[in-house]
Write a protein that binds this ligand. Sequence first.
Ligand SMILES: O=C(O)CCC(=O)C(=O)O
Length: 344
Amino acid sequence: MVSAPRSFTPLPTQPSFISLSPEEKESGRWSRANMQRAMEILHRDGLLAITGLVDPEHVVALRDSMLATAQVIKQQVKELSQYNHGISSNFLMSAPLADPDLRFQDVFANRFVHQVVEGYLGPGIKLNLLTANCAIAGATQRQNVHKDAPWLHPNCPGMLNTNLALSDFTPENGSTEFWLGSHNCTTGHDQVWPTRESATPLCDVAPDTLEERRRVRPGAQIRVPMGTITLRDMRTWHAGMPNLTDQDRIMTAVGYSAAWWPEPEQRMKAPSSARPLLTATDHALEFIPDADWLAISQNWDLADESSIKLPDVPGHRKRSSAPEGEKEWVALNEVRDEEKYVRE
Ligand SMILES: O=C(O)CCC(=O)C(=O)O
């Protein structure tokens, strides 16, 4: 007898949550059950949402400060190189790390976040990224779907970004579109390449790969409440979206790499006064005097040599000038020239 075809519940396209309980808060550690759930969600989806980690008053104070800063930045951004991904609807900014009144431990050095990041990336995590994203009020353009990995990344968890939502995130105000589960087994074959001879791909996902994935598990704009921290494997496909409301939508970002991740040639700069806060884990930051940091912290212009820079990535370095240990930087997903998707 032939049995009827089995039907399966589709995997979610919205993020799954864990929430910190009063008992966990009191003990300073996640329960075994919540850690298991966090690991399962991160490995399945490449994105995990956590509530109850940050004092709501801290979220409001940061939101008010950063909304005011965003107004100033908006007067200054004129060139596409000043926008995130060269699309004039989203820019990078820095959180107020030099302000002792806004340098909140539960936002920038949260021990419950550290426990989950270590569970996923392994012991010895390094803080290597400090940014924030502003989806500009009233902007109508969207970004291409991309990974935050414009190089041949390894096929395993290696970098994780943590974002704090400073408002409710909804499709109306430009919440990020995520393609859950896309981090698993994604390779350079899925990315757009500048030319067939290029050594590293761009971060954009190739259109044919995207259409194939849409049939399996499509992307969706997330809905998470203000104060949620989302943890995202940097390989997970996503896109910045139009913000159709009249208020800027901001999220802070604190990123971590695995202990075995290569030392960046150019570290992310941070203000010296924030050192005690930002060294709760190992780090790959360069601490500079607060006045020097303040002078560059809101300048993210890719075309400006003096702007604050994201950490460089190993695959961007020429093999000949790579430090000895990094000559071993050969990910399993080498892509032959004839396999590359080259944008016309
Ligand atoms: O601000 C957002 O929603 C996402 C921005 C983004 O995709 C990026 O910075 O890579």
